[in-house]
Design a protein around this ligand. Structure first.
Ligand SMILES: CC(C)(COP(=O)(O)OP(=O)(O)OC[C@H]1O[C@@H](n2cnc3c(N)ncnc32)[C@H](O)[C@@H]1OP(=O)(O)O)[C@@H](O)C(=O)NCCC(=O)NCCS
Length: 235
């Protein structure tokens, strides 16, 4: 059984203590966001990920320095990893939700989405193949919910591979949105149903989220909420 911990937070207000945890490339990214909400989501994701990593590795958050090298261009905007540590990490943010998933080494992908935005036919055609499309309910509300269930499951799987949306969304066929999350087939050699486990999560009303782990074992998921105050009181 592979254990996977998922932590949720709302975007937090900046503080000197939090900003001090950012390494220089992270500070450059933080400063480059024009909108305050983007800055806060980014800061919260990195601080939460450092807090979770530190807790699991028996270190303090300021001892965690992520390598987030993008395999395409070398910039520091790829998936985060702690060099030389047996730790799988994935960060996701949307609206008022920031999440971090962690495992003891298995590759993991997390995705959260706000379900408010409209789902038109072109978005459905971009993300779902015809087998999945045929399973969508026709009632608008149920259709939107089902679409975002597919979307978050797919993005979680793609993030677990470390390639993200470089894998075409339509190259995967997933189980129906009303059934437990499962990869049925994949056209991409990086993924196979035998080594892909996933589950839906509960990020609260108005959001949908899923996590995927690359493993042949079953997965055991715990979800918790984080607040910086409770974290400080634990240190
Ligand atoms: C990863 C990706 C799916 C993120 O989608 P999103 O819905 O906008 O963002 P989310 O909030 O869910 O995830 C953001 C996190 O994904 C992680 N991430 C970035 N690239 C990733 C990848 N290839 N695989 C897995 N995770 C990745 C980062 O940790 C990021 O957190 P950060 O903002 O603290 O750096 C999407 O950006 C992607 O597919 N990127 C790779 C392809 C690409 O555009 N490359 C450009 C290279 S030059």
């Amino acid at each position: 059984m592979i254990e996977c911990a998922v932590w949720w937070s709302e975007p937090v207000l900046e503080s000197e203590a939090m900003l001090a945890l950012l390494d220089p490339p992270e500070r450059i990214r933080y400063d480059s966001y024009r909108r305050v909400e983007d800055r806060r989501r980014f800061l919260t994701g990195r601080v939460l990920a450092k807090t979770v990593a530190a807790d699991r590795l028996g270190l303090s958050p300021d001892a965690i320095h992520f390598d987030a090298t993008c395999t395409d261009c070398g910039k520091q905007h790829g998936p985060v990893r702690v060099p030389d540590a047996e730790l799988g990490l994935s960060i996701s943010h949307a609206g008022d939700r920031v999440g971090v998933a962690a495992t003891s080494g298995a590759a993991v992908g997390l995705d959260v989405e706000a379900v408010g935005r409209p789902v038109d036919d072109s978005l459905i055609a971009y993300a779902l193949n015809s087998a999945e499309h045929a399973t969508l309910p026709s009632a608008p509300e149920a259709r939107t919910q089902a679409f975002f269930t597919f979307w978050t499951r797919k993005e979680a799987v793609m993030k677990a591979t470390g390639r993200g949306l470089r894998i075409p969304l339509r190259s995967l066929v997933l189980s129906k949105a009303t059934e437990p999350a499962r990869l049925l087939t994949s056209d991409d050699s990086a993924l196979s149903p035998h080594t892909t486990r996933m589950a839906d999560l509960d990020p609260g009303p108005g959001y949908r989220a899923a996590v995927a782990v690359i493993t042949t074992d079953e997965i055991d998921i715990t979800e918790r909420w984080w607040s910086p105050a409770s974290s400080e009181s634990r240190q």
